[in-house]
Each structure stands twice: as C-alpha cells, then as structure tokens.
Design a protein around this ligand. Structure first.
Ligand code: GLU
Length: 382
C-alpha cells in the first residue's frame, strides 16, 4: 500500500484500536464479517510492507450479550462481565479465522490496569507482545473485562489502547471509530464545528473541543480519545483518529483519507529516559567492573559476568543504579532479574547464567533498551 498522502507512511509499529460499533452490527448484534475481512486484508498489506500491527479490539460485551440473550436490556456489571466472557471467545475466534485467511497467526492478551502499573507484569506483557511480533503474529488485545473490578477497570478501550501503544513503543496509535477526527466542537451539537486535520499539542482548548471534562456519559466518546491522545503523545507516540465504519479503513488512511493527527510532544527515547530517570525510585545498585562499564558506554546491555556486587533488594522491573569500580553512577536502568537471582549469577558467564536460571533469552541483567547512560559517565570510564 502506498500513496502521496499516506498517513501511515512514517510509522513502523502501529497499534490499531477498533471500537465495538465497527465490529458488531448495532441492529442485529452480529459480527460485521465483510468489514472484518476487508480490514484483515488491509492489515495483511501493511504487514507485508514490514510493519508491526497490534490490535486492541473491543466487541466482547457487544457479541456476548447476544449470545447470552441479553440484547434487549441494560446490563448490570455482573451481566456485562458475563457477556464479555462469552463474547471474548467469539471475538478471538473471528480475529483468528479472518487473519488466518491471510496466513497470519493471532495471539490473545487480556489486560487489566494492574498490568500496566506493576512493572513486572508490564514487562512480561510487553515481552509477550514483542515476541509475538517478532514471530510474525498479530497480538489481539482487550481488557480482561470478566475479572476486572470496578475500581481497576479501564472501562474504555481508548485509554487501554494508548497504554498498550506506549508499552510496546508503537510509533502510532490509530483509533478507528464512528467519527473522522476531532472537531472544534461536538458536531452533533454545533453545526458550525470544523474538522482539525492536525493537533500539535493537547492544550486545555483542545480538551474543551472534545466536550469538556470526562464523565460517566463520555465513555468511548471524544473525551476518552483525547485522554488517550495525552497518554500516547506524552510518551512519544503519534495518534490518529479516523472513521472506520466503511470497508478498508486502514487502506483509506494509506490513500490519504480524512483524519486528525495528534503529534507526539517528545521522542519515545526522551520519554523513556525521563520515565526511568524521573519517575522511578532506585531500589538497589549493581557494581560493575571496568570492562563492563566501558561496554555500557558503547551501547551494550549489562551482562551478569561484568557485575561484581549487588546491593539492595529489588524485583525484576525495578530501577537500579549501575556503579563503576570507583562507585560512580554511570547508568540507571530497569533490572532484568530479581536481586536474589542477580546475586546468584553475578560474575558468571552467560552459558552458566542460562543453566542457573533456565531462561535463555533473559540473560541480561539490564537490557540496553531499559538503560539510561548518565552524562559525563563516559569520561569517568576512560
Ligand atoms: N472491552 C470492552 C469490550 O470488548 C469494550 C470497551 C470499549 O469499547 O471501550 O466489549
């Protein structure tokens, strides 16, 4: 897929959020099969160009309520959780079959907010998604509606998709919905409202255009989309809102279709560094030998063999300081192992580490993607 005004051209990793109203016919409660097949061919074409695609799909509750013959009533929380449970099976099956027609394997991941807040779960979810991508699969993600309690529910997949996009460092989040972007006012209320093709930053004025502060009525409306935009753009991920109701909605974007683009306010690397340096408290430290300190400065990950001492108690995913033999902090990063595991494997060769821990692909103590080198540290290691 290509074209002069291709809105997706700059992006290599896309998270695409699909609303219930697109997947499920509001009248019959049935899956919009033809639409899904058309979307699957768009996804296959984007993948063939080397793009990673992660889908955040709604529709479990909408499908499940028909299966459980709950269509005609307003659902209680218990009933929607039951509907989500029944509908999720149908939803996953539809995705697996439809993408399967293009030879694409799908993997299902159900997320609760705990996963994005607790770093160990966060890292595991991220690793599963990126591993699926590296194996050529398309991860299909939804909220784990059947078990999420009211307090920890996202409640809407707009914000969930933004968390997922930032978690996997997607460079763009595409929200496919029933409206083709942001207008200067809700067009249903104000006929003079005009469409915005780009938003440089989400200011209070932009939030006001979306219809003011979030409320229980705005679930899935423009407010949660702008909320999603804040999460994404702060973390260095662009966001596109486009209308997805007609067939081939991604192809339409490739061909220059109408949409609103929200620009990221900082790069993903900057956002990640800020997060590691600014948000996280350091839970322990790793002292490394001179060779390892030099290797870090050339962009290498920290392997157990270079570690001489482990201080503090930390869990995988906690922030740790990395100290050179003189005790100077040269880097900070997220630990790839718990402190007791780190103690067990420090100073050991990778082959021995793999034997000891039995997890071949997680032999790094701090992966370079999860590490920030400190300014001036390079001079100190010379
Ligand atoms: N997770 C819900 C479902 O699959 C949808 C939530 C939303 O669309 O925002 O039915």
């Amino acid at each position: 897929m290509s074209g002069g005004n291709n809105a997706l051209a700059p992006y290599r990793r896309l998270t695409v959020k699909i609303g219930s109203a697109l997947l499920v016919d509001g009248q019959t409660g049935k899956l919009r099969t033809q639409w899904l097949r058309a979307l699957a061919s768009d996804i296959a074409a984007l993948k063939a160009e080397g793009r990673d695609i992660v889908i955040v799909s709604s529709g479990a509750i909408a499908l499940g309520r028909r299966l459980l013959k709950l269509d005609a009533i307003a659902l209680t929380l218990e009933q929607s959780q039951a509907a989500a449970s029944a509908g999720q099976i149908a939803l996953s099956q539809a995705w697996a079959e439809t993408l399967g027609e293009h030879g694409i394997i799908t993997g299902q991941i159900l997320i609760t907010p705990n996963i994005t807040e607790e770093r160990r779960y966060y890292l595991n979810a991220r690793t599963t998604v990126t591993t699926l991508l590296s194996l050529g699969a398309v991860p299909i993600i939804n909220e784990n509606d059947s078990v999420a309690t009211a307090e920890i529910r996202y409640g809407d997949n707009d914000r969930l998709s933004a968390r997922v996009a930032t978690m996997i460092e997607a460079d763009c989040l595409v929200l496919l919905s029933d409206i083709d972007g942001l207008y200067t006012a809700p067009p249903s209320k104000d006929p003079s409202a005009t469409h915005l093709s780009e938003v440089a930053a989400i200011t209070p004025a932009i939030e006001a255009m979306a219809g003011g502060a979030a409320s229980h009525l705005s679930r899935g409306g423009m407010t949660t989309k702008v909320e999603a935009g804040k999460i994404a753009t702060q973390a260095g991920t662009a966001m596109i809102i486009a209308k997805g109701t007609a067939d081939h909605p991604l192809k339409a974007l490739v061909e220059g279709g109408k949409h609103t683009l929200f620009h990221p306010v900082q790069s993903r690397a900057q956002a990640r560094k800020r997060w590691i340096m600014g948000t996280l408290e350091v839970a322990g430290s790793l002292e490394v030998d001179a060779g390892a300190a030099r290797a870090l400065m050339t962009g290498k990950s920290l392997l157990p063999i270079g570690v001489t001492r482990v201080r503090g108690e930390f869990s995988r995913g906690d922030a740790v300081s990395i100290l050179d033999p003189n005790g100077h902090e040269v880097a900070r990063g997220l630990a790839g192992l718990d402190s007791d595991e780190a103690n067990l494997v420090k100073g050991k060769k990778s082959a021995v580490v793999i034997e000891l821990l039995g997890i071949g692909n997680r032999a790094e103590l701090v992966h370079r993607d999860n590490m920030v080198l400190l300014l001036g540290a390079e001079a100190a290691t010379r």
